[in-house]
Design a protein around this ligand. Sequence first.
Ligand code: FMN
Length: 308
Amino acid sequence: MHITLAPMEGVVDHLMRDMLTQVGGFDLCVTEFVRIVEQLMPKHVFYRICPELNNQGFTPNGVPVKVQLLGQHADWLAENAYRAIELGSHGVDLNFGCPAKTVNKSKGGAILLREPETIYKIVSAVRQAVPKDHTVSAKMRLGFDDTSLAIANAQAIADAGATSLVIHARTKVDGYKPPAYWDWIAKIKQHVNIPIVANGEIWNAQDAVNCQQQSACENIMLGRGALAMPNLAQVIKNTQQHMPWEQVKALLVQYSGYELFGDKGKYYPNRVKQWLGYLSRQYPQAEDLFMSIRRLKSADEILQHIQS
Ligand SMILES: Cc1cc2nc3c(=O)[nH]c(=O)nc-3n(C[C@H](O)[C@H](O)[C@H](O)COP(=O)(O)O)c2cc1C
């Protein structure tokens, strides 16, 4: 079984990737998306989203990292994909799943699932630009409004030459509301001939087994579940016990003590809060901590509070 750590804008940054891959069980990470407009993005944008590019695209303990791109302009996505590879990304991933209004308004993310032909154009252009020895993967939801184009979109991605496809088994309209429709992935799988990775709503080992069975996929991607239980990949792969709270707290201190964006540090307390929100699903102590820091604004105050 191959387990990928999901891209999660606003919380799965390079430090989170470092911590979770050290805890172990992950074979691949995908970055938060780089939003591509009509330009070749400056190199510093790629290094900011993916500092692992300074380490040949690996996390400190050697797990490969793949840069994710989001946008609607095939040619610009292709140029930027080439740049990501040149800088050291292990393949590139294309985001056809983001539900954010701002992103969808500018025709990026899940809204493209209304237009399989545009998706085909994007994936083909990127495939042509990226050297053959690098993978081009895509990540999609089951659709925007409904599942009527799910198979057409997956076929467009496969026909355009993508190496693999991650399917988050819900439509944009479903949002993040349970359940995830894993059986839909199995349906799609019958119509495409590239490897598929199943994603959505895996919170424990039993969910992983159910997902694998219903989706007919061996390989999975973990997002919120891995934030709620930092050793979830190990629980699933190597039947580890759940990580005790004391260990989780040590990771929290590490994460909280890190000035992620330097002078743009205002983003950083939000990341800690967001992570605590996910941890609250598994650890009551996290919920208490979240309640006590939720009004705090500065990184220092939050760190002191978490350490106390
Ligand atoms: C806060 C948040 C940010 C996300 N950011 C991204 C992103 O940048 N790119 C992407 O493809 N998916 C993104 N996703 C979707 C996740 O990668 C994943 O598909 C989704 O959370 C379902 O998996 P899960 O149930 O394991 O969390 C995001 C999800 C959340 C909750």
